[in-house]
Design a protein around this ligand. Structure first.
Ligand code: HEM
Length: 383
């Protein structure tokens, strides 16, 4: 019985896929698409998506040109592999500022109510404006500078205290980046380099694996309901854990604010103030349902990216001692041995700047931009 059921289900799936494929082919036939490699029926170019997808795309663009088309299952992707073309497309069509819906963006990112994945519109503008003003503006960067410098000083002092023993540098750098960001976001260091820090690092790593895994249901509609790899179940579980973590932070922060009766100037205090206000003009009153996704965005986007980049820079300098010696000579000449290097020294350290730029070039932690999507064309565009 079970076998007959399975055969009926399978033949139903195959016919739906073939029907859908032919409908889509006839629709697609009317649309001018850029060139691209030929794909398989139903799967399209899915089999070409390997672990180093960015390198595959680079190689394909050498054959097909800087703007190419891939079909992953039933989803069309336009790959824009040139800075000029990407800028033009984003400038001429703001509607491409939305992001496609995938199981990860939906189940992990609060049903796309966060800043990164929310569709283009008033909410998109309001959340970005909040971050642009309070986190990324020159004024905010300067205001937050003592926090970054203090966390780096703590790291360097800790390393120098333990200079004769083995240190897990990766763990320490990650704790440093996370604490710097948590102080900016919620006004306090959330992690010491102990079990809690490891647990948080583990959560971010788990998310990276979940978000970069191919969920076949995202590309072949009819399979969406089956969660064949069990990824959706894992995403929901992950989301619950991260949501609990943020909930705890907000509760603790609210309790602290009540005690002191004043805001601390960190991002969460600003967001809570806005949540207590009625909202005005472009900025609408926020609720916890807005605050949590925003904090999640920053914790996820800002911690692993920063610490991995620093780690890569150090690995490269260790692998190339002549470059390390040059960087040290430059710092000895400009800063001397009597104090630590500060952000104010950076413009006098061109070699160090070159090391940073070269690290971004050789080890981009996010080699592909986040995909853009236009509801008007229903096509995805990766840049
Ligand atoms: C070495 C450090 C970092 C690297 C290499 C990096 C890289 C990137 C890249 C490549 C993107 C995708 C851009 C796009 O597709 O349009 C991105 C987006 C983003 N990053 Fe970073 N990032 C870093 C640090 C940070 C930090 C420290 C924060 C915040 C505290 C942050 C917050 C964000 C946010 C919110 C987005 C989404 C922007 C949007 O949707 O418009 N990043 N980052």
């Amino acid at each position: 019985m079970a076998l007959i059921g399975a055969v009926i289900l399978l033949s139903f799936l195959v016919s739906v896929l073939l029907l859908r494929g032919s409908v889509q082919r006839s629709r697609r036939g009317h649309l001018p698409l850029p060139p691209g490699p030929k794909g398989w029926p139903v799967l399209g170019n899915l089999l070409q998506v390997g672990p180093n997808f960015h390198q595959t795309l680079y190689n394909l663009s050498k054959i097909h040109g800087p703007i190419l088309h891939l079909r992953l299952g039933s989803v069309d992707f336009i790959i824009v592999n040139s800075k000029a073309a990407a800028e033009t497309m984003l400038r001429i069509d703001l509607k491409f500022s939305s992001r496609p819906r995938t199981s990860a963006t939906y189940h992990v990112s609060y049903k796309q109510q966060d800043m990164v994945f929310t569709p283009y519109g008033p909410r998109w503008r309001m959340l970005r404006k909040l971050c642009a003003v309070h986190l990324f503006s020159n004024k905010a960067m300067e205001h937050l500078r003592p926090i970054r410098e203090d966390e780096v000083t703590r790291l360097v002092q800790k390393l120098s205290r333990n200079s004769s023993s083995l240190v897990d540098l990766s763990k320490e750098i990650h704790a440093c980046a996370t604490n710097a960001i948590s102080r900016v976001l919620v006004g306090r260091r959330v992690f010491e380099a102990g079990d809690k820090a490891q647990e948080f690092k583990g959560m971010i790593e788990e998310l990276m694996i979940l978000a970069s895994s191919i969920n076949i249901g995202d590309f072949i509609d009819v399979l969406r309901w089956f969660d064949l790899h069990g990824l959706v179940a894992k995403m929901k579980k992950f989301h619950q854990r991260f949501d609990n973590f943020l909930e705890r932070l907000i509760e603790e922060h609210r309790a602290g604010l009540t005690e002191t009766g004043s805001a601390n100037g960190d991002m969460l205090s600003i967001l809570i103030d806005l949540a207590n206000s009625q909202g005005n003009g472009d900025v609408v009153a926020l609720t916890d349902a807005d605050i949590k996704p925003l904090l999640q965005n920053m914790f996820i986007a800002g911690t692993e990216t920063s610490s991995n980049t620093v780690e890569f820079a150090i690995v490269e300098l260790i692998r190339q001692p002549e470059l390390l010696a040059r960087a040290q000579q430059e710092m000895d000449a400009v800063v001397g041995r009597g104090r630590l290097v500060t952000e104010g020294d950076l413009h006098n350290l061109p070699f160090l700047q070159a090391v940073v730029k070269e690290t971004f070039r050789c080890h981009p932690v996010a080699p592909l931009s986040l995909p853009a999507w236009s509801p008007r064309t229903s096509r995805s565009m990766a840049i």
